[in-house]
Structures are given as C-alpha cells and as structure tokens.
Design a protein around this ligand. Structure first.
Ligand code: HEM
Length: 420
C-alpha cells in the first residue's frame, strides 16, 4: 500500500517537472491567455486581442456537447450508486451542513457598477447555504478534495430560465480562484476518471491523487498537466491547512454578467464579474472574522463537526466580494484555469451572509437541513441580469438539471414561506 502511494507521488513529481520545463512558467495559472492551452476548443483560433469586456465565444456544436456532458454525469451517478448506496449529486455529494441564513447586501457607493440585479439595493434576503466536498462520492474530509459553498438567495423576482423555477439567485463556488480544468470538457473527463477509480476499487480509500494514478494515469497525460498541477499546488495544501468551512475562501471560478445588452440569453454582457465568499464568525462589531483552524484528521467528517459546534456558539458568516473583468486578455472567459489576478482587478466586499446561532441538533434544524440538501443549486437559477458566462458556466445548464433529476432532488424552488 505504502509503496503504491510513494510511487504515485514520484510519478506526479516527474510529470510536474516535465510540465514546468515544457512551459518555462513559474505558475501556469497566472494570467497568460495570450498562450491558451492548445487543447481547449473554445480558445483555439480566437484572436484574444480583439475580445471585448463580457464577450464569450460560442461554438456551433456546443449545445450537443453539453447534452453529452449531462449524459456522462448521469452515468457517473448511476455507477457511483454502488459506492454511495444511493444516487447522489454527480459532484459535491458530501454535505458538511446546509443552513438557512440571510444575505445582507451592502454595496459601497464607491462601486456603483455593482448595483445591478440582486445587488441593486442594500436589502436583505433569506439565503440557503450548502457546504460540501467536491467529488461525487463521500469520503473522509482529510482526503484530497475540493470544497464547495453554494448560496441560494430568495428574492422572489424573475428568472432567466423560468422552467428551472423562479425567485432565486444561486451563487455556486469552490475553494479555488481558478478551476482545475481549463474548460467544461476537461472537467467532465476528470469526473469520469474519478468515477472509474472509485467504482473499480474494492479496498482501502486512498484519496484522489492516488486514485487517479491507478486509473490509467489521467493526470499523467500531457494534456492534463494543468489538472495535476492544480491538485498539487492548490488542492493538496488546502487539505492540510484548513480544518473549518469558515477558514475557507470560495470563488465562483466562472463569471456572471452584471447586466446584459439585448437578448438576455445571447446578448453581450455589459460587465462581467466573479464573486468570492470568505468564511468566518461574526464578532461583536458585526465584522466577519476569518477562522484559522487545523484539521482534526481523526474525525472523518471534521468540517461538519466544526460547523455545528460554531453555529451552536455564535453566528457564522460569509463575506461576499465582487471582482470585475477589466482586461479580457488577462481575464479570459473561456479558460477558467487562468486566475483573474487580484492585482489586475481587486475584490470589493458587497455584503455578508449570516447564519444565525442555533442548536443544529434540534428537530426543526434537522428538518431544515434535509430540505436544504434536497434543493438544486445551479448558476442557472438566476436573474436575467446575471447570465452565467463562458463554456464552464454554459455547460452547467443541462448538467445540473439532469443531475438533480437523477438524484430525485426537489424540483421546486423555495419561496421563503416554508414553515421553518
Ligand atoms: C466554475 C466551475 C464550477 C464550480 C465553482 C462548481 C461548484 C459546484 C458546487 C459548489 C456544487 C454543489 C452545489 C450544491 O451544494 O448543491 C456543484 C455541484 C455540481 N457540479 Fe459543479 N462547479 C463547477 C463546474 C462544474 C462543471 C463544468 C460541471 C459539469 C459540466 C459541474 C457539475 C456539477 C454537478 C453535476 C453538480 C451536482 C448538481 C446537483 O445534483 O444538484 N460543475 N458544483
């Protein structure tokens, strides 16, 4: 067993060294969109210098591709039923907590461009928050994985896609500013590789990096060098140093529109932005104070234990911040593995999500949690002003819809009038 793990890391080390010497770059996730990955069909042959703010690249065949991704994910859910005992989310299967709180929008007057859609007025909205691990199966929190935080803000207004339900704005985030895959196609291929590893395995749970090594070397293939590098330089360190959901920072990874010109589904976004949410506990002055906590590796669900303890003792919070696209060359829309650097465009706080202090073991709290877990969070639960942008976001329209259907999720959006 030990030998297998050591071998995996040795191989990964060699592959990383190769990736570095090939690119000659210190950090492949830094802005370098003038040299996009040649395997990314959404950036191939695109003149990046001619791109405008908010501009996307649509491919004629992409609708069929996205429907294919939805079928792939449904297939993953069916295969993972063996390991999960039931059909769960295609990604982010394990929840650490699912809570009802409140978003208090507080856009500073110095940032009028953010006063759009859900952020137009400094109002408060009931908001569901689901914290999760990234993979489509449950495993101990100490295993290498991405973490997620999904918000469902209940505003009662119109929807860009009414067939998915109305009245809500979802903000779906993971704990990386950029994504491990450069596009949706690579993202789904990664999910399939994880599934292959998981369902073939009948022994000890060894963690994502080792599993990928045992599944035909998905991350060792040259075209997946960014995925490998992401796992080693971004995902793995976080697993070692973060022991609380409230010590994490989450990002949307993909962009949303801040207003759209013309047809809400196809028109050019007037502005594009990414969001981040920084976890913490609310102090006496109403500030969201970031938590610093090391993982307790003996507890397989340490995030859940930690969150419940903190909610029992006080108010938990997420400081919500926005970052605008200012240079399409440095801040690409169709390659989310390239980070929008804060030194090119800073984040500004525009509100806070507060989860009230309560006893998470009380029967009403458990009922709320189960209701929340059944909900469907998707970037496509959105006001028309905030259309999700870029292939990584567009692909998620059919994929999340089908994943929620397959796992028997609640097809209705909450209204805020539920008896909780
Ligand atoms: C910027 C990139 C992405 C981020 C930040 C992200 C984040 C998340 C998060 C936080 C969840 C959990 C939502 C919940 O708590 O219910 C989730 C679920 C999911 N994600 Fe993503 N994701 C991204 C891209 C993708 C892509 C490209 C795909 C596939 C094409 C995908 C497929 C899924 C699926 C199938 C679910 C489960 C949906 C459900 O059953 O309700 N995600 N994602």
């Amino acid at each position: 067993m030990r030998l297998r793990v050591v071998t995996a890391f040795a191989l990964i080390g060699v592959a990383c060294a190769q990736a570095d010497s090939e690119t000659g770059e210190d950090d492949i996730f830094e802005a370098q969109f003038d040299k996009p990955d040649p395997n990314n069909r959404w950036t191939k042959d695109v003149d990046v210098k001619a791109l405008a703010i908010g501009e996307e690249t649509f491919l004629p065949e992409e609708g069929a591709l996205f429907d294919g991704f939805a079928r792939d994910v449904t297939n993953m859910q069916e295969r993972l039923e063996l390991a999960n005992k039931r059909k769960l989310r295609g990604f982010h299967a394990k929840a650490h907590g699912c809570e009802l709180g409140e978003l208090r929008v507080r856009v500073p007057d110095s940032l009028p461009q953010a006063k759009v859609g859900i952020f137009k007025d400094n109002k408060s909205f009931p908001t569901w928050v689901r914290f999760s691990n990234g993979s489509g199966f449950t495993q101990a929190d100490k295993k290498t994985d991405v973490r997620g935080a999904a918000l469902k803000i209940i505003h009662g207004g119109p929807a860009l896609r009414p067939e998915l339900g109305t009245g809500t704005q979802d903000i779906v985030m993971t704990n990386g500013a950029n994504t491990l895959a450069y596009n949706a196609e690579q993202f789904v291929a990664f999910g399939k590789a994880l599934t292959d590893a998981r369902v073939d395995e009948n022994g000890e749970d060894v963690g994502i990096l080792e599993k990928l090594q045992s599944t035909g070397g998905f991350i060792l293939r040259p075209e997946n060098s960014r995925v490998l590098k992401f796992l080693l330089t971004r995902a793995l360190p976080r697993v070692k140093f973060k022991g609380s959901m409230l010590s994490e920072q989450f990002w949307t990874g993909g962009a949303i529109a801040m207003g759209v010109r013309g047809d809400p589904m196809t028109g050019r976004a007037s502005a594009a932005a990414k969001l981040t949410a920084i976890g913490g506990v609310l102090d006496r002055d109403g500030r969201c104070r970031h938590v610093t906590d090391l993982p307790n590796n003996r507890d397989a669900s340490y995030f859940r234990t930690d969150l419940r303890q903190r909610i029992k003792n006080g108010e938990a919070c997420l400081d919500l911040q926005i970052q605008f696209q200012t240079d399409p060359k440095k801040q690409p829309m169709e390659d989310t593995s390239v980070e929008w650097r804060e030194r090119d465009s800073p984040f500004t706080s525009i509100g806070v999500v507060v989860i009230p202090q309560h006893d998470p073991d009380a029967p009403a709290a458990l009922e709320r949690e189960s209701f929340c877990n059944d909900l469907a969070f998707t970037p496509w639960h959105t006001l028309p002003e905030h259309r999700p942008l870029g292939n990584m976001m567009r692909a998620r329209l059919p994929v999340y819809r089908e994943s929620a259907k397959t796992r028997g999720g609640n097809p209705r959006e909450p209204t805020g009038n539920e008896a909780f």
